[in-house]
Design a protein around this ligand. Structure first.
Ligand code: ARG
Ligand code: ZN
Length: 413
């Protein structure tokens, strides 16, 4: 655990805590307005010079992390070039420290055998023990399987909820492909919890669906974001500043195309080949060998509030895109009806940016799963990846509303 980091600076070790944690003291999150090719190039240059990293955004608004020591340089450049910006987070390290409350033991009172609270982000161990707990409590309904091992040997867990009726359609829901998107495993476990707590009263389309959940597909990366670098995205193959493969560029459909980097140091490095990583290979082998009538694939990411469907590899759409658009719009409406914010619906390549090797494209293109979506959860760039834990429940509730719409459509497909 040496050499980690994006803020590396030989003569300034104030950026590191003794145990080697990466600190973001003084770094900021800015929202910029990028309304021309010129302006986009300027940001790309700042990124290549390692003054900033790109967080999120879309065609016209880009969120950038500005490193502490580059704030002056970036500010004058943006001012000179008429690139407008607002400071969303003035000290990223402080935001990181305020994001996740430390729970007192009494917060766990009366929880009967598991530690998940949905009031805080939890470690891998709490999440996996929760899955074990459910399997033990509901042996008739819930079963679990380890579908593979991560690079560092953590299990990739899958939880299935099924009433075992022979005609059931199957849906897949995953989270945690990207390590720093903490809201996603929290949301997937929340959805599992809702379904199981209320199973008897659920409508037929819920009960007669085989639900497959993989709440944490990148367990090594997730743990690393808790122990070393809050903003790590990739898996944990290799070491040093160029470690890791972007698992959402590693799926084997049009692998290696636009938006996936060949540079191992890049945040979007797609790996040495399709499914080179055990985390993605586990999904591929499980889903293609399962005897399941797959009709929906939902992958949770953050952030930006989007409901995206294929294709992601380019600015093109599949022949049945109108069905995906319609169901996506209904899901967004259900979110608003549930009191949630607006989610933008559209094909990934057009709506966000083209990026090949995503799990949604593979689900649609290779697995032929009709309703394949990537749902980018909250927020809209106020906190970005560092979404305070108080947002877990509202975000997960609206995600549940969207899932119901998609699963109902899947049950009829
Ligand atoms: N933010 C996600 C990513 O960059 C979006 C993925 C959308 N799907 C796609 N196939 N490009 O991985
Ligand atoms: Zn993501």
């Amino acid at each position: 655990q040496k050499n980690l980091d994006i803020n590396k600076n030989e003569d300034d070790d104030s950026l590191f805590q003794p145990e080697g944690r990466v600190l973001y003291t003084g770094s900021q999150l800015w929202k910029t307005v990028v309304d021309s090719e010129e302006k986009a190039k300027i940001l790309a240059k700042l990124r290549d010079e390692e003054d900033i990293t790109m967080w999120g955004g879309n065609v016209s608004a880009v969120d950038i992390l500005v490193k502490r020591d580059s704030i002056g340089k970036v500010r004058s450049l943006l001012n000179n070039q008429n690139i407008r910006f607002d400071v969303a987070i003035s000290d990223l390290q402080q935001a990181i420290e305020e994001e996740n409350p430390t729970l007192e033991e009494e917060d766990f009172d009366n929880r009967n055998g598991h530690r998940l609270t949905w009031q805080a982000y939890h470690r891998l161990d709490d999440i996996h023990k929760y899955l074990d707990f459910l399997e033990e409590q509901h042996p008739d309904l819930v079963s679990q399987q380890t579908i593979g091992q991560s690079v560092n040997g953590n299990p990739i867990r899958l939880l299935k909820i099924s009433n075992k009726q022979p005609g059931n359609k199957a849906v897949w829901i995953d989270g945690g492909i990207h390590a720093r998107e903490w809201i996603t495993p929290a949301t997937v476990t929340f959805i599992i919890n809702q379904l199981i707590s209320n199973w008897e009263n659920e409508p037929k389309y819920v009960q007669n669906t085989d639900w497959y959940f993989a709440p944490l597909l990148n367990p090594d990366g997730y743990e690393y974001t808790h122990t070393v670098d809050r903003l790590w995205r990739k898996n944990r193959r290799g070491s040093g500043r160029c470690a890791g493969i972007d698992l959402n560029r590693n799926f084997g459909y049009r692998w290696g195309g636009t938006g996936a980097s060949k540079n191992p140091c890049a945040e979007t490095y797609g790996g040495s080949g399709p499914f080179s990583e055990p985390e993605t290979a586990a999904v591929q082998s499980f889903m293609s060998n399962a005897n399941a009538k797959w009709k929906a694939y939902i992958s949770f990411h953050s952030y930006g509030q989007y409901i995206l469907y294929p294709w992601g590899y380019n600015r093109v759409v599949p022949p049945d895109y109108k069905d995906l658009e319609l169901v996506g719009q209904r899901a967004a409406q259900a979110i608003r009806n549930a009191g949630g914010p607006s989610y933008t619906v559209g094909p990934a390549g057009n709506t966000l940016y083209p990026a090949a090797g995503g799990s949604d494209d593979w689900a649609k293109g290779a697995m032929k799963i009709k309703y394949a979506y990537t749902v980018e959860l909250r927020d809209n760039g106020r906190y970005g990846f560092v979404l305070p834990a108080s947002y877990i429940q509202p975000t997960a509730k609206e995600a549940m509303a969207a899932v119901r719409v998609i699963v109902e459509a899947a049950s009829k497909a």
